[in-house]
Design a protein. Sequence first.
Length: 744
Amino acid sequence: MDRKRLLLLAVIAAAIAAFFTFDLKQYLSLDFFQASRARIDAFNASHPWQTAAVFFAVYVAVTALSLPGAAIMTLIAGAIFGVLAGTVLVSFASSIGATLAFLVSRFLLRDWVQSRVGGKLKAINDGVAKEGAFYLFALRLVPLFPFWLINLAMGLTAIRTRTFYWVSQLGMLAGTVVYVYAGTQLGQFRVSAGLVLAFALLGIFPLLAKKVLDAIKARKVYAKWAQQRPAKADYNMVVIGAGSAGLVSAYIAAATKAKVALIEKHRMGGDCLNTGCVPSKALIRSAKLLSHVARSKEFGIDRASASFDFAEVMQRVQRVITAIEPHDSVERYTGLGVECVTGTAKITSPWTVEVATDGGSRTLTTRNIVIAAGARPFVPPIPGLAEVGYLTSDTVWNLRVLPKRLVVLGGGPIGCELMQCFARFGAQVTQVEMLPRILIREDPEVSALVRQRFEAEGIRVLTGHKAKQFLVEDGEKVLVAETVGENGSSREVRIPFDQVLVAVGRIANTEGYGLEALGIGTTKARTVETDEYLQTIYPNIFAAGDVAGPFQFTHTAAHQAWYAAVNALFGAFRRFKADYRVIPWTTFTEPEVARVGLNEQEAKEKNVAHEVTVYGIDDLDRAIADGEAHGFVKVLTAPGTDRILGVTIAGEHAGDLLAEYVLAMKHGLGLAKILGTIHTYPTLAEANKYAAGAWKRSTVTQGQWAFLAAFQAWRRGEQGFGAVLGQVRALLTDKRKAYAADAH
């Protein structure tokens, strides 16, 4: 920090220190004002300009230094100067003081803070970049955060000083008037109807201001569509997409007696039923059976074999889909009161959706729209890929002949799940991942455990390899990948194959729905941009599921759908922010990987204080009996407490074991509660109790163990009570040292 900054910082620190050292806050209290009221009024009567100038200067100083007392001074302004003069004084003094605090924050802290913790200011930076003055106006009009904190925080952003000043003055004006008026009533020093009204306004002002602000924003965004608004609507809600989010949204609407139309251009059930969760788990089950046959000697069976037809395995997958299909069918939802429409939807105004059906075009008018269009596999623009042909998680289900040599692009959950299946059916599988390890979002030891299993099953795992080009050489398909050797130089690896499965992620379906014409934006992740209520820039258009992000799971899509539907139908009365605090997920490889909350690498990246407890499932009786004695339960807790921050489980039925932790985190239960719960013996679920036990043992110090040993020895008569007292003294000494270290 340069000399100018140090000097300014020293002056500010000295001023703040003097304020508290000399107890200057007492002069900014209602008690002091009441005691000095007669003298203040007399001085004001004889020297009005001087009184106003002194008050103005003090108010600017208090605000600029972010000292407590501005609210009291606003009330005093009303008592001394009245509504008009008091409002003028406070409005300009508070705005000037706020701007000075803003400039000080920018001069002293902006570069340092943005370089070190800019990520934690992302919400503010994004808000300023997106809406600028309007974003600041919203913060000023609806005081969810203290004004002094807004002054300092905005100084760390790129907003212009002039903009900050005029928006602050305008945004704080309404609140200033209310406070000053309350001060005029306080000046009477008696309970009056005006005083009651003033304080009532103070209480409801944030709510009223929020309503006014929402109305202003809505009026602005709907302005260009005003002439197209229909006098009445055919539906309360139109839902685009009949995947998990769309089905749940439509179900909730129908259950609340709303008239709802559900539009789907392909098949009901979306990706989950037809190309995702359901078929992949059916395939995994068949592959797992073969893996158990291959491991027969582990279970005391000398010889076991299985013959199968891959085409029949894939037919079974289709039979499973067919068996579950009625749950998501047109017939079921029609019976629930949902009008199901087959066709391609396009939003033509905030209240109209045009549907291209086989019978022609149809326009639906509606009060609300929920976009639940889902996502699709992302296919990277790799030279030659289209020419050699490729499979995705959407098209792999059309296979009826097992590929002899399969290349899988991608080391994420989808690629890992599917390639293990194909390897177990007998394909020679090579996995190509450009990142340094597979399952990159999991902790390193999780990635290592899964990779070890893959390689034991004959899968070739190539991490740190980037797919560069696809070729056909002498009639054979070849992938040319690039990697970095031990000497730091890049080299090419050529991988011959028969089929390639592209599993490098999914991309939201945002094209073709009319979003651009409406001005509905997308995020950097290319999902529909929504607020915390899943609302787009239009208060009556919502998005949920994969198309909205940030998670691409069936259960989170259904979770979001509740918020989207309820906020759409009843948001005029009460709205609910989507709650992402406890989101679980599972990768259905073998071993399974399940997680909820933070894992260790995320906790370190976010600088979240944590303690780690690990229980190895290789020690669990049921896992040993089942021949699945591998993996672990890893729990992160807040330091010094049993509060669970996150859990990662790797092992057999990890997804099922995780449910207990999801429940605990959702309802604020700690590891002590899990430890005190009876778990059936012998089950895999005991791993959760043993993990809690490992945490409990880690909380016992060496001194406590020594005290217990001395106590038990005294009970046996092997030593005197003095030894016990000695251990107590040692414990107290350790505690004092620990407290001193914490205080330091």
